[in-house]
Design a protein around this ligand. Sequence first.
Ligand SMILES: Cc1ncc(COP(=O)(O)O)c(C=O)c1O
Length: 284
Amino acid sequence: MSAAPFHAFLNGKIIPLSEAGLPLTDLGILRGYGVGEVVRTYAGQPFHLADHLERMRHSAKQFHLRVPYSDQEISAVISELLRRNFQTGEEATIKLYLTGGHSDDGLTFNEDTPSFFILVLPLRLPEPELYASGVKVLTVNHQRPHPGVKSLNYQNALFHLPERQNVGAYEVLYHDGGLIREAATSNIFFFLDDCLVTPHRRILPGITRKLVLDLAKEHYTVEERDITLAEALLADEAFLTATNKEVLPVVKLDEAEIGDGKPGKRSRHLLELYRHYVRDYVPA
Ligand SMILES: Cc1ncc(COP(=O)(O)O)c(C=O)c1O
């Protein structure tokens, strides 16, 4: 991280992060109305930025918002923020946010005056030991509203934070009483017999999920389909995928062990394939 203060992009300007702020009348603050994206760098380069921007435009459209810059403009701003904030080859997390902007009455907005900002901050990853030990997840009955949209609303993840920490779980896994959907900030996969299975409906289509599916198809039978909680308990292996987690083995659903309670061989294989892919990745 540079010794100079971090800079951020806010509504057209690059300014010191400490001076960046939104009006209290912004719908992102008043109503949590807006969408976002989280991208990370590998070797200092944004990873699959085009996919993230495409998903952000989809999220924005669903929320009747318009991204006020082109992909090229956003990419140039990110490069500049990376240059200003990072000088030592550290990896970064790039967070993009689009809100409804100022609202006179807190309930209506003008598509032409959204707030758009980009933060480029130090990357925070799970502790390396967790890839060796695997993690526990806390199951919770919840369906993310507008699941295909990466909205600002992570209220439920925060609501369950004390409980999650109390039981020593790393993530919250959402189900609807019968079917498993996704985790609070990740997608979930299971190895059931010889098949790699992942839920396909009412989830955020993760960029990592798609990459892992593509890599896995070369080696395993893959099914995108509904999975019940009861079926998941019979899985041999499980893992989470997300931009900032890669392929993270899951060894416990609440108090129930998955397989032998250790990260599975095939999950570790997929993590290896993923890291191999990342090493060879050249941005388009
Ligand atoms: C609800 C939810 N599901 C899945 C994911 C994983 O998505 P990605 O792999 O694009 O990071 C995230 C991460 O943002 C998420 O918030």
